[in-house]
Design a protein around this ligand. Structure first.
Ligand SMILES: [Zn+2]
Length: 489
């Protein structure tokens, strides 16, 4: 059966068939290396259910052959910690202090207090290897300041010189206390355990995107808290010949523009023209936006270099924030071809169910400034055209979510951008990422179709997301059915 016939017959199979389809015998699912079937896995599920039971279920239901373990995390829901008392989070592996140099963080302080005596890598890696399953350390940045001594010295400073403790602030990529900590962390993981690599995720953008609130949930962002204006950034700017004072003035002018829009005071010449006037008056706004992104990508390159220095066979890749699915400026910044030289793989986030409500949220925010003169329905059409989507109209969008066609188009775009490079593409598939009441929810056939669409787009693997603890088994099974239909396992 060729791929086209196969996709058609796959499309005819209903949800009921998936729910009833028996999972194949475990032996059949073992050891396949044809494609990467990854899953993001939390420590809490492993402790609660036991390592072997979780691995049995992952292989039986979805042919998983790569774990993306949340090895360090400060978010209770991602850790899936249900214990009583205050949650703090941290590193769930043993910390080996000799790898951490030139940082004010004391490595031992980053060990999580939860699950004492449980070293997630020591417990999981040998069990996974026995089954032919790879293990990647999955490191994602936090949205609020972790309660670790000295952590505040790593965090960004806003345009008014105030230290930040939460989004849109975060640890500064130009602060060596942060980058040296990250380098120590990945060296520790890669030297102390037989892992297969790392995935790093930074769900942040530069100060222009933040000032405009150009992301989902950005409508209430404070344009006076944009980052980073710390002494490390100032010194780097000086070395690069950037006028730091003009950058600050520019962001204060942009703050004024955004605040007027939020107060519904339409600029005399309209929202779009006024936005461009601020940019033309202060081209330093764009310089600093680029400066931030460069710092982020220099960190990716350094982490990749560190992993390869430990062992060239290990892999380093990046989780790409879903903001690239609605903010065209952020999409331009996440230049896959430009990042390819320091990337073994990319996980573009293509969570299709939550994409509908997230697109609406993004439009609510930029509809108060640069796109303030067009209706939401017109803006949605514009978004669909410039981003190359064919999705539901505004009144049906939240309930419909995005379709599998979005997963296909985003995967294909990423593949096309990376043509001629060795970087692989493993899209992040939505399995029960929470959505509001009335918004699109995952189904077994929806997950199946998203996985089929990723492979139709040329993907060399998938990362089932966001966290195993959120996933219903019947929906996870949808991924397994797709892989079987594609004869990939
Ligand atoms: Zn900084």
């Amino acid at each position: 059966m060729d791929r086209r016939t196969f996709m058609k017959s796959a499309a005819l199979t209903g949800a009921a068939a998936i729910a009833q389809s028996p999972a194949p015998a475990l032996a059949q699912a073992q050891g396949s290396q044809k494609t990467t079937v990854g899953i993001q896995l939390d420590v809490g599920s492993l402790v609660e259910q036991g390592v072997d039971r979780v691995l049995d279920d992952l292989q039986r239901l979805a042919h998983v052959n790569a774990l993306f373990l949340y090895t360090i995390n400060f978010m209770q829901e991602r850790v899936h910690y249900k214990g009583t008392g205050t949650f703090r989070g941290g590193n769930y592996a043993t910390v080996h202090p000799q790898y951490y140099k030139d940082t004010v963080l004391r490595a031992e302080d980053t060990r999580a207090p939860e699950f004492p005596g449980f070293d997630v890598l020591a417990e999981v890696v040998p069990a996974a290897r026995k089954r032919g399953i790879k293990t990647f350390c999955w490191i994602i940045e936090d949205n609020s300041l972790p309660k670790v001594p000295n952590m505040e010295k790593l965090w960004e400073v806003d345009v008014y010189g105030r230290p930040t403790t939460r989004h849109p602030g975060g640890p500064c990529f130009n602060n060596p206390n942060y980058t040296n900590f990250l380098l120590g962390l990945v060296e520790d993981y890669c030297r102390s355990y037989q892992v297969d690599g790392i995935m790093f995720g930074s769900e942040r953008q530069g100060p222009m995107g933040y000032s405009l609130g150009a992301y989902h949930n950005g409508a209430h962002a404070d344009p006076g808290t944009v980052c980073c204006f710390c002494s490390f950034c100032e010194a780097k700017a000086r070395r690069m010949g950037i006028d730091f004072g003009r950058v600050r003035e520019g962001y204060l002018a942009l703050e004024k523009y955004v605040r007027s829009g939020r107060a519904k005071r339409r600029p005399t010449d309209g929202y779009y023209v006024a936005f461009w006037r601020v940019l033309l008056d202060y081209p330093e706004i764009l310089t600093w936006e680029r400066f931030w992104t460069t710092g982020q990508q220099e960190t990716y390159a350094a982490l990749h270099g560190k992993v390869k220095a430990v062992n060239p066979d290990l892999k380093a890749g990046w989780h790409i924030w879903q903001n690239a699915s609605w903010n065209p400026i952020y999409r331009a910044e996440q230049d896959f071809a430009g990042m390819a030289p320091f990337s073994d793989f990319f996980k573009p986030v293509v969570y299709n169910n939550c994409a509908g409500e997230r697109m609406i949220s993004y439009m609510e925010s930029v509809g108060q400034n640069m796109h303030g003169d067009v209706s939401k329905a017109e803006l949605l059409e514009f978004e669909y055209k410039v981003l190359n989507y064919n999705e539901a109209p505004l009144d049906k969008l939240a309930a419909a979510g995005f379709s599998a066609d979005y997963v296909y188009r985003e995967t294909k775009r990423t593949m096309d951008d990376l043509e001629g490079t060795s970087a692989q593409v493993w899209p992040g598939i939505d399995i029960d990422v929470p959505t509001a009441n009335g918004s699109s929810k995952c189904t077994p056939e929806g997950v199946r179709d998203a996985v089929l669409a990723a492979y139709k787009g040329g993907a060399q693997g998938v990362v089932l997301s966001r966290s195993y603890s959120e996933m219903k088994h019947e929906n996870l099974r949808g991924a397994g059915v797709a892989l079987e239909q594609l004869n990939l396992v």
